[in-house]
Ligand binder design. Structure first.
Ligand SMILES: NC(=O)c1ccc[n+]([C@@H]2O[C@H](COP(=O)([O-])OP(=O)(O)OC[C@H]3O[C@@H](n4cnc5c(N)ncnc54)[C@H](O)[C@@H]3O)[C@@H](O)[C@H]2O)c1
Length: 399
């Protein structure tokens, strides 16, 4: 790495473009890092918006040509925050140019693209890869991972995972998230991918089989978009004069799965959970204890210790913000001065920098191989829903 600096080229400048820019800007201010993250080049398609964005966030260069931008020999890390169907082409070119690559989740729009990306990463021996399953870096989620690893839950019987949003009512226009071609799937790859990753991360177990699944599209047509979203999920997107197009993805996906340690797991991902804007949660019940987390109560992890005398037994609410016991707490504020959504990205940028600088991340970061396993589960659940049958993950493996 040139003089212990990591020159970053970020592609995409809307929702995740802002989250990642903020992360690169702040990581070195709060964490002691082995290298400096340099905000070298920002790439997107709209020249006028891009220049304003670059100035606001402090990117040194701005480009509307990602191919040219990633060829620059000074760039060390290419970070991809485009819609899912654009991940593959950019990632492969970056790996071929010898760069480290960070890619937004899900790894790709399709399992086939994800497989090609994973194989390219394996071949690019000098490149490290990272996938932004950012909820791993919520302190309470990272703590849950550690408690399971320490054996405090014991054998796991049940995993109950849900990601519930409610923004996709009939008046929301046909943004890219409703297009199978661009997104690969709907709530499934957008929200379900996060809870599949969280379940794998916290339990340390793999999903071996999807037993059954349901996927539905409640709103089948939406008004065509005249202007894409301004950087929220659909916020700021404007619709045209009423001409409609077909929605080609799921509005919800709900499935039942088995895990490698014998646990039974349920996953529910929907954009139609009226009243829940971003309720992303997971509950685990084991022989020695239980854990529960819900992003709407982001600072807290709840823990039930079965060994406690029954007179005193009950859920303990842990504010996961005490340094040095709790993940990431040492870099931030005093106990109970809580972190928010943006910290998950800052914590991840810091961990990427640590890995590239030869240090350990606070908790494991998924690379392409790891994120591919989540993509397999997405695919298995879709096949299960479409063909109305159980699907073993081993069915999807070749060679
Ligand atoms: N980690 C998370 O929690 C999280 C949250 C939201 C989105 N995401 C993921 O991030 C990615 C982007 O989502 P978003 O919400 O930021 O989308 P967005 O629509 O807000 O932004 C997409 C950006 O990609 C740019 N873009 C599109 N095609 C391009 C091309 N060919 N060349 C260059 N730039 C191009 C657009 O101009 C825009 O700047 C998706 O993969 C999504 O699943 C992850």
């Amino acid at each position: 790495m040139a003089g212990q600096s990591i020159n970053v080229c970020l592609i995409g400048q809307k929702f995740m473009g802002r989250a990642h820019s903020n992360a690169y800007l702040k990581a070195g201010k709060f964490f002691d890092l082995p290298a400096e993250l340099v905000m070298d080049t920002i790439v997107a398609r709209n020249r006028a918006e891009l220049d304003v964005f670059a100035k606001r966030w402090g990117w040194k260069n701005a480009s509307i040509d990602w191919r040219e931008a990633i060829k620059n020999p000074l760039i060390n890390l290419v970070d991809v925050t485009t819609p899912n169907n654009k991940h593959r082409e950019i990632v492969i070119a970056a790996l071929e140019a010898g760069k480290h690559v960070a890619c937004e989740k899900p790894l790709a729009a399709t399992l086939e693209d994800a497989r090609i990306m994973r194989d390219a990463a394996k071949k690019a021996k000098k490149s490290k890869t990272f996938v932004w399953y950012s909820y791993r870096r919520v302190p309470a989620v990272a703590l849950a991972h550690r408690l399971v690893k320490e054996g405090r839950i014991g054998k796991i019987y049940h995993v109950r995972a849900y990601y519930l949003q409610d923004w996709a009512g009939p008046n929301v226009p046909l943004v890219w998230r409703f297009s199978k071609e661009q997104a690969g799937s709907g709530s499934h790859g957008d929200l379900g991918a996060h809870i599949i990753d969280m379940a794998r991360f916290i339990t340390g177990e793999e999903i071996t089989e999807v037993i059954g699944a349901a996927q539905d599209t409640f709103i089948k047509e939406r008004t065509l978009v005249t202007e894409e979203s301004k950087g929220g999920i659909s916020g700021g997107a404007t619709a045209g004069s009423g001409k409609k197009g077909k929605v080609s993805v799921d509005d919800h996906t709900t499935f039942l799965a088995r895990m490698s340690g014998g646990a039974i797991a349920t996953f529910e991902a929907t954009r139609f959970a009226t009243g829940y804007h971003n309720k992303n949660g997971l509950e685990i019940h084991g022989e020695k204890g239980a854990l529960r987390f819900n992003f709407e109560d982001m600072p807290y992890l709840d823990f039930f210790d079965r060994s406690v005398d029954s007179k005193l037994a009950g859920w303990t609410r842990i504010p996961a913000s005490r340094a040095p016991e709790h993940p990431y707490a040492s870099a931030w504020w005093p106990t109970a001065h809580h972190q928010g959504y943006e910290h998950t990205f800052i914590n991840m940028a810091a961990d990427i920098c640590r890995v590239l600088g030869g240090e350990q991340p606070e908790v494991p970061i998924p690379d392409f191989e790891d994120a591919y396993k989540t993509q397999e589960v997405l695919e298995a659940a879709t096949i299960s829903a479409t063909e109305r049958r159980g699907v073993k993950i081993s069915e999807l493996r070749r060679g």
